[in-house]
Design a protein around this ligand. Structure first.
Ligand code: IMP
Length: 192
């Protein structure tokens, strides 16, 4: 019998990406499939705690095995900010304003080191497991590139391009989210 696993998202693209990588024993579901229509709570001050909170909420309220993810950009010279506040750093969910705020705060600062961090929390039969993916890079001095989303246009990776200059397939190979997801999938495929 298939093991049902709810991915705490309503983004069907994210579901499809993971579905093809999982063993046939798993049946992935999204929040809408379990009639969870409310916003998941994110009341904590770390990416780890918010990731756990979302998974715990779904597990406890809907009594299903599930996993959630939470992501943030951590800039060294800003003491890890915007971090857990990445989505609403400049007040609302506006990527351009968020990037402008980071660029302004780094004005005149030579240390441009930064990282993206994704934390996935899996709750399987009551047991919690976290998987962390980190992508290190640098914050540029201006926005560059047309692909991706969020802070991608100001995040420079090893080869000198911003994440927004990478095609989706390229980003998917190296991204923080991909690294965390690979660990989740390796874990799930190993225990079955
Ligand atoms: P979430 O946890 O996936 O909702 O991400 C929180 C915020 O981090 C988003 O609103 C984006 O601004 C930013 N973010 C997350 N993942 C990425 C990424 O892969 N590239 C750029 N920004 C990202």
């Amino acid at each position: 019998m298939k093991i049902e696993l709810v991915f705490a998202t309503n983004n069907s693209n994210k579901i499809k990406e993971i579905e093809v990588l999982l063993n046939a024993q798993y049946q992935l579901k999204k929040l809408a499939d379990i009639h969870c229509e409310e916003e998941l709570p994110e009341t904590h001050h770390t990416i780890e705690a918010n990731s756990l909170e979302k998974a715990q909420y779904v597990y406890e309220k809907y009594n299903v095995n599930c996993f959630s993810e939470d992501t943030g950009l951590e800039v060294e010279a800003l003491n890890g900010k915007p971090g857990v506040d990445s989505a609403f750093y400049a007040g609302d969910r506006d990527a351009d304003k968020n990037m402008d705020k980071v660029l302004k705060e780094l004005d005149g600062i030579t240390n441009r080191n930064a990282q993206f961090k994704t934390v996935i929390t899996l709750i399987l039969n009551g047991q919690q497991h976290q998987f962390t993916g980190i992508l290190k890079g640098k914050i540029g001095f201006e926005k560059k590139g047309l692909y991706g989303f969020g802070y991608d246009p100001i995040f420079i990776v090893d080869d000198g391009r911003t994440l927004a200059e990478l095609m989706l397939e390229e980003k998917s190979k190296i991204s923080h989210r991909a690294l965390a997801t690979q660990q989740l999938i390796a874990f799930l495929n190993k225990i079955q």
